[in-house]
Ligand binder design. Structure first.
Ligand code: F0G
Length: 376
């Protein structure tokens, strides 16, 4: 057994990094692909349904895949500081990987709208935290402007190295299943991750995609990719948004996005054009879900399978189940849903949704036994 040392070491031959670039890694990647047999039975659907639990990454979200690449590339170029706008997870990952690299991180977050765990991560890793009186889209506009004239590297997903790191999730899925699934479902905010997955699957298929800003369809990794010679099918890519924050459903930017799924509270997606290319090339679609549906699915998953993801992440599974039940996704399909972030990031949302039952007892054996007897 060799020690797993992160996705750059695992996939360097399929990543656009100079060979001499030293990987800045926290051992990200190789996340669990969990088959949801309990949930499928309970919901009465027929499918090979999996979740890729990206909450198991070192900072608790899929952002680590992109950040190891962006920070490695930035440090190789001599960067001393990185900058991002974030709904929370990108800032957590940026802060952690900057700490690992020994450089500075500056993070812009929307006022009052980021989950507590994510804010604590930026604090503990020593980021300079700037709260913007505005939303994520305002922050994004600002970091793009500022990074043009400052000696900082922008590490939002407009940085193409981010998507190159994130594409490795698709590699892992193809390796685990032996082929791509029929459908891949993701929550969509900026739409970087759905684009990155499509790039990854496309490389495994031996093809190229116009959604890749680096290669524009002429993929240098395509022939090297994939299982057993590099020819696998590609999935239909399905993107789900919260209905108060659903520009892909409205066909235009949303001015004041609102959702409890704060991670995807984004009205003006940065990967707008690539995401539409993904939709067209893959034959998938976008759809929207209410906050209530998303939160109910988060609970359902946690209670039936023991997997706790954050609210935004539950959108992928919630949408997949709804589309399976309606027949839009045919029965018997293989489906992978990305669970983008860990439920521990946002414990407030659980505790706020109704007082938990805490049973008070005296510190005696009989009192505890009575609780058990009553409930077994
Ligand atoms: N799920 C989670 C948990 C996220 O944090 C994000 C994005 C998404 C889904 C959407 O991914 O933007 O690639 O479509 N979070 C960013 C952030 C915006 O700042 O952490 P996307």
């Amino acid at each position: 057994m060799t020690r797993y040392t992160g996705l750059i070491d695992a996939y360097r031959h399929r990543l656009p990094l100079p060979p001499e670039a030293k990987a800045i890694s926290l051992g990200e990647g190789r996340t669990p692909l969990i088959k949801l047999d309990n949930l499928v039975r309970r919901e009465g659907v027929e499918a090979d349904l999996y979740v890729k639990f990206e909450g198991a990454n070192p900072t608790g979200s899929f952002k680590d895949r992109g950040m190891t690449m962006a920070v490695t590339e930035a440090v190789h170029r001599g960067a001393k500081a990185i900058l991002c706008a974030s709904t929370g997870n990108t800032s957590a990952a940026a802060a952690a990987y900057a700490a690992r690299a020994g450089i500075k991180s500056f993070v812009l977050i929307p006022e009052g709208k980021i989950a507590m765990g994510k804010l604590a991560q930026a604090v503990v890793h020593g980021a300079v935290i700037v709260q913007v009186r505005g939303n994520f889209d305002d922050g994004m506009r600002l970091v793009k402007e500022v990074s043009e004239n400052s000696p900082v590297v922008l590490v939002n997903s407009v940085n193409p190295y981010r998507l190159q790191g994130q594409k490795t999730a698709a590699f892992e899925i193809v390796e685990a299943l032996g082929e791509a699934p029929d459908y891949h479902c993701l929550p969509v905010g900026n739409a970087g991750n759905i684009t990155a997955h499509w790039i990854g699957y496309t490389e495994c298929s031996g093809a190229g995609t116009k959604a890749c800003l680096l290669c524009n369809g002429n993929c240098q990794f395509a022939v090297a990719g994939g299982q057993a010679g590099g020819k696998t099918k590609r999935p239909k890519m399905v993107g789900y948004q919260a209905d108060g924050s659903a520009p892909f459903l409205r066909g235009a930017a949303v001015k004041d996005p609102e959702t409890v799924a704060t991670a995807i509270r984004i009205g003006n997606p940065q990967s707008w054009d690539p995401a539409w290319i993904v939709q067209q090339e893959s034959g998938g679609w976008f759809d929207e879900l209410s906050d209530a549906e998303i939160l109910a699915c988060q609970r359902l998953l946690a209670e039936t399978e023991g997997v706790w993801c954050e609210p935004a992440s539950a959108a992928s599974l919630c949408g997949a189940l709804r589309d399976l039940k309606s027949g839009k996704i045919p029965a018997g399909s293989s489906i992978v849903c990305t669970l983008t972030g860990n439920g521990l990031k946002d414990p407030d949302i659980i505790l706020k949704s109704g007082a938990p039952e805490l049973i008070q007892v005296d510190a005696v054996r009989s009192a505890v036994e009575r609780v058990l007897v009553d409930r077994l």
